[in-house]
Design a protein around this ligand. Structure first.
Ligand SMILES: [Zn+2]
Length: 62
């Protein structure tokens, strides 16, 4: 695995609460290009995906 780097955008969320504000007000927010469900915190607006693994973040850099 080369190019694997932790990101503040993608965080493994086991309990499905906001990694930033710990809110449980999480809504489903579409999915990534990789087919993984994406979530958004209604409290702070943070977006994240669940069980993210090492993968490029081209959707944020394109
Ligand atoms: Zn939040």
């Amino acid at each position: 695995m080369v190019g694997c780097r932790p990101s503040t955008f993608i965080i493994a969320v086991a309990s499905r609460n906001c990694p930033k504000c710990q809110s449980t007000q999480i809504i489903k927010y579409g999915q990534t290009h990789y087919g993984k469900p994406r979530f958004r915190c209604q409290g702070c607006g943070r977006q994240f995906v669940e069980h993210a693994t090492c993968q490029p973040l081209d959707e944020t850099t394109r």
